[in-house]
Design a protein around this ligand. Sequence first.
Ligand code: XUL
Ligand code: CO
Length: 435
Amino acid sequence: MTTGFFDGIDKVRYEGPDSDNPLAYRHYNPDEVILGKRMEEHLRFACAWWHSFAWEGGDPFGGLTFERPWHPQDSMANAKLKADVALEMFDILGQPFFCWHDADLRPEQGSYGENLATLDEITDYIGAGMEGRDLGCLWGTANMFSHRRWMAGASTNPDPEVFAYAAATVKGCMDATMKLGGQNYVLWGGREGYETLLNTDMGQELDHMGRFLSMVVDYKHKIGFKGTILVEPKPQEPSKHQYDYDAATCIGFLRKYGLENEVKLNLEQGHAILAGHSFEHELAVAASEGMLGSIDMNRNDYQSGWDTDQFPNNVPEVALAYYHVLKAGGFDTGGTNFDAKLRRQSIDPVDLIAGHVGGMDVCARGLKAAAAMLEDGGLEDALAGRYADWQTERGQGILASDLESLQAQVLREGLDPQPRSGRQERLENYVNRFV
Ligand code: XUL
Ligand code: CO
């Protein structure tokens, strides 16, 4: 017995690049081996419960456009129907993982105790649905930004009781994540930031955020959670200034509070763009510190300045992203979570399938291109060539020297180094051969 929500839609299959079936994979072939690993194990796709099932299609000017059979989302019966539909979608797509906030899964009933009880009930229900399915939880997280109690922050709230409420909320969500076999626990600082410095003690708020994260790490060890704790950088929205601005800021923060060996990063394409970076920049920054944990895959509109969370469809960008993921050794507990939502006019159930099919295919195509570039070695060779002089005795001697000796050397040898081409166009042309 199915819910009937996706009636008429068959399981999506791989049909190869020549297929013109709009609901077939043309590149995502889970069993295809790339660099010694199945594609499914490389990509580790996850669906985001919030965008696909909880978001109702509103924008700042209008309310819900999606009329789903599980609306209104205020009863356990509807939460269960929503879960049934979600499981059906994972079956149709063959998605191996899902991600969630507490508020996506359970009805919002008010008190902390009631919400904890409904979270427990719905995660038991989802856990039972996972039995017999090849399905895992990539990560869980707490929504500490929608309800008005969080308007001035969660762990960075000026009110200690909100900090306590946040701690209780995260504990409940970590317990539920562990129960569902979650492979990571994510903290995105939804309202951990500020609107105006006129009412904000930034130093104190950062110390509280560091203290909070230490509590999370302590609790992880206490319960024996084997997954990875991840923080997710974003520069603004909803707060004007978010403390977890970008990868570099988060790494500095983690080091300041001694958490650099405990916490990694969950990096999102759209957040990178909002921070004025490319996605591959953020991935490379994290990878250079051994902190690349997982990715939230989507694409941001380059024009709007808003976090538009669209499904990815730009193969060259995605290829460069996976190039850095593969170069860093690929995912361990992490994966590719589609933090992506439909446009609000895409109201049909089949749109939900099409969005994921397209996103998964673009990622698969990008992964294949990235792997081919790595195997060919053209970029690596060019990079090695550009820095080759550092491998010489002379180069190493310069690095080990000091200002006075280097001044003497420049005078003695009459040094006048000549600029060399950075070859950017040639390298861009090279990448285009693969995408
Ligand atoms: C918000 C965002 C979140 C996090 C989880 O921009 O990306 O959905 O991924 O809270
Ligand atoms: Co995200």
